[in-house]
Design a binder for this molecule. Structure first.
Ligand code: LCS
Length: 399
């Protein structure tokens, strides 16, 4: 029976009858597993027999999370990592060798940009960041040494979209692998594997966990055998695995992903309506805003807009910082996807390590703010924004 996502997040990959009827998935907080006999150990190592060996190679609690996310993302296999960046670096190590080229969306998370810079400097693996709104635009940037297309959509923090259908069409023509960082939408709102991507990854720190108490990453692929090869090579030998306790927390958080995403979206839509009426706000970036020139792309690949809004305020960096400092309920913090509403200034925070030229090419100006809309009552959030805008307006009058 094909289950809905709302049911998958609660039941997939776990049979309580095999665990003393324990309704909650047990936490297997163990580093190793005993073998009945020496021969069993030999067979598990050779792959002749399946079963647990050592928790860096697999753990029953972590496996439940991996199975759940595989089905949620409509993939064939998954791997859990100790951070989103561990998932990013592992898939890029798996797909590239010295001299290769990676085609990237025009914006990417600051640390992913940092990783690509290291790869270029140390191993000659080059990359280009380009806008990906049409097949022609992407096609033009493909080089003989290009091996993969790596995109975020929506892009952190500009909320610009990449046309996934166009990316997949070009990739198929050139035999390129497609990796999509799906952190901003969560598997509830967008499933790139269904469109034809090869890999999807998440900073599970964000919406998948949803409670701001774990750093974690997930990678899902469309080929089970290849995912197992990554498990027994890059993941086993680099060792960037997820702890059983973090997997246990993620399993708990994931159960409410659908209801949380609906509430995040509901609140974000209310806040957008409010922000549109504010004189201090210059531009608002949200995929499902009818005035967004990329609204058509959003509707083709996402089922709703989610909880992230970016906007620019009048007054440049000083105006943006003054506005943030005037908020009280809304916390100044990086990360996103938590119950608490968070605001951050990408130019001086998440993307501060990106050189200014590239940062501006990505669209990250000094007046850009990113709001991760939480689960509080929307009216309370609006009241907090209102008193902070009043401060900004007073400043503008004085100036
Ligand atoms: N991919 C995206 C799109 C991200 O936003 C982040 C973290 C990562 C990967 C890395 O995941 P991590 O290792 O932190 O689990 N983004 C952050 C942000 O925007 N604010 O703080 C962290």
């Amino acid at each position: 029976m094909k289950l809905h996502k709302d049911t998958v997040v609660i039941h997939e990959g776990y049979d309580d009858s095999k665990h003393h009827g324990s309704l909650a998935v047990p936490l297997y907080q163990t580093s190793t597993y005993s073998f009945d006999t020496a021969l069993t150990g030999e067979k598990r190592f050779s792959g002749e027999e399946s079963g647990n060996i050592y928790s860096r190679l697999g753990n029953p609690t972590v496996r439940v999370l991996e199975e759940r996310i595989t089905v949620l993302e409509k993939g064939e296999g998954s791997l859990a990592f100790g951070s989103g960046m561990a998932a990013v670096s592992s898939i890029l190590v798996h797909l590239t060798k010295a001299g290769d080229h990676i085609l990237c969306s025009r914006g990417i998370y600051g640390c992913t940009f940092g990783l690509l810079s290291i790869m270029e400097e140390k191993y000659g693996i080059t990359h280009d960041l380009i806008r990906m709104m049409s097949e022609e635009e992407i096609e033009k940037a493909v080089k003989p040494e290009t091996v993969c297309i790596y995109v975020e959509t929506p892009i952190n923090p500009t909320m610009e979209l990449v046309d996934l259908h166009a990316v997949v069409a070009v990739a198929k023509r050139h035999g390129l692998r497609v990796v999509v960082d799906n952190t901003f939408t969560s598997p509830y709102l967008q499933n790139p594997l269904e469109i034809g991507a090869d890999f999807v990854l998440h900073s599970a720190t964000k919406y998948i966990n949803g409670h701001g108490d774990v750093i974690a990453g997930l990678l899902v692929g469309n080929n089970k055998e290849e995912m197992e090869r990554i498990r027994m090579s890059v993941q086993k030998d680099y060792g960037a695995i997820m702890s059983p306790f973090d997997a246990w927390l993620l399993i708990r958080g994931l159960k409410t992903l659908p209801v949380r995403m609906e509430r995040h979206t509901f609140n974000a839509e209310k806040l957008i309506k409010y922000l549109k009426g504010k004189a201090c706000v210059e531009t608002i970036y949200y995929p499902f805003d009818e005035e967004n020139p990329q609204y058509d792309i959003a509707k083709r690949q996402m089922s709703a807009g989610g909880g992230l809004i970016s906007f620019t305020v009048k007054g440049g960096k000083a105006g943006a910082q003054r506005f943030m400092d005037s908020l009280s309920l809304i916390k100044i913090a990086v990360s996103l996807g938590d119950a608490e509403t968070l605001i951050q200034h990408p130019a001086t925070m998440t993307h501060s390590s990106v050189p200014e030229i590239e940062r501006l090419q990505m669209g990250i100006t000094d007046s850009l703010l990113r709001l991760s809309v939480g689960l509080e009552h929307a009216d309370d959030l609006i009241a907090d924004l209102e008193q902070a805008f009043a401060v900004l307006e007073r400043d503008n009058v004085k100036a």
